[in-house]
Design a protein around this ligand. Structure first.
Ligand SMILES: [Zn+2]
Length: 187
């Protein structure tokens, strides 16, 4: 992973109290994570931070738009990002842990690095299904998938989602995964 220094807070020199920070998220962040889930995009991240002797309490809001692969036509598809979350940062030389809600850093660190937190929060905020709005898919791509019509694909996806919810043995999901792989193989 490339080194990104953009999403760091120099908390050391700050006295106890409340602060806020703004970060611009752009393609560089998604490139650093090899564009696996997200190909690119632009978001604004706003951080409200409360500094005390023993911890930092952060409230993070992220809004904007990212580019994902459309589940239906596999072309680039804009997806809105709207995330709100809390992060507690504690200091310790013995513990080096991060579970998404609590992050431990060494008191000798000069900066709090939010790169991973911001990236993961954006990924977590994405909907399960990422598709163009109705009629927005590339018709040539859809046609090139042959016998699978848009309606058929959607019906199978719907059934897969429903069977997920009731916890049934989902044959459709396996078929859907196989179809998706087939489609990806035609890139
Ligand atoms: Zn599409």
């Amino acid at each position: 992973m490339e080194q990104i220094t953009l999403y760091k807070i120099a908390y050391k020199g700050l006295k106890g109290g409340s602060y806020d920070f703004d970060f611009q998220v752009d393609d560089a962040l998604f490139e650093a994570y090899d564009r696996v889930e997200i190909k690119g995009g632009r978001c604004d991240a706003h951080v409200d931070m409360k500094r005390s002797d023993t911890m930092l309490e952060l409230h993070v809001s992220i809004g904007g738009e990212v580019i994902c692969e459309c589940d239906r036509c596999l072309e680039d598809c804009p997806v809105a990002v709207d995330y709100e979350g809390d992060l507690v940062v504690k200091f310790s030389d013995e513990i080096d842990d991060y579970d998404g809600d609590v992050m431990w850093i060494s008191p000798s660190e000069d900066y709090l690095d939010l790169t991973q937190y911001i990236y993961e929060s954006i990924v977590l905020s994405l909907p399960y299904r990422r598709v163009h709005e109705e009629g927005g898919c590339n018709p040539e791509m859809l046609a090139s998938f042959g016998q699978i019509t848009e309606e058929e694909f959607e019906r199978m996806e719907r059934e897969a989602e429903e069977s997920d919810q009731v916890g049934l043995d989902d044959t459709n999901r396996q078929i859907l995964e196989a179809l998706k792989q087939q489609m990806e193989g035609r890139d």
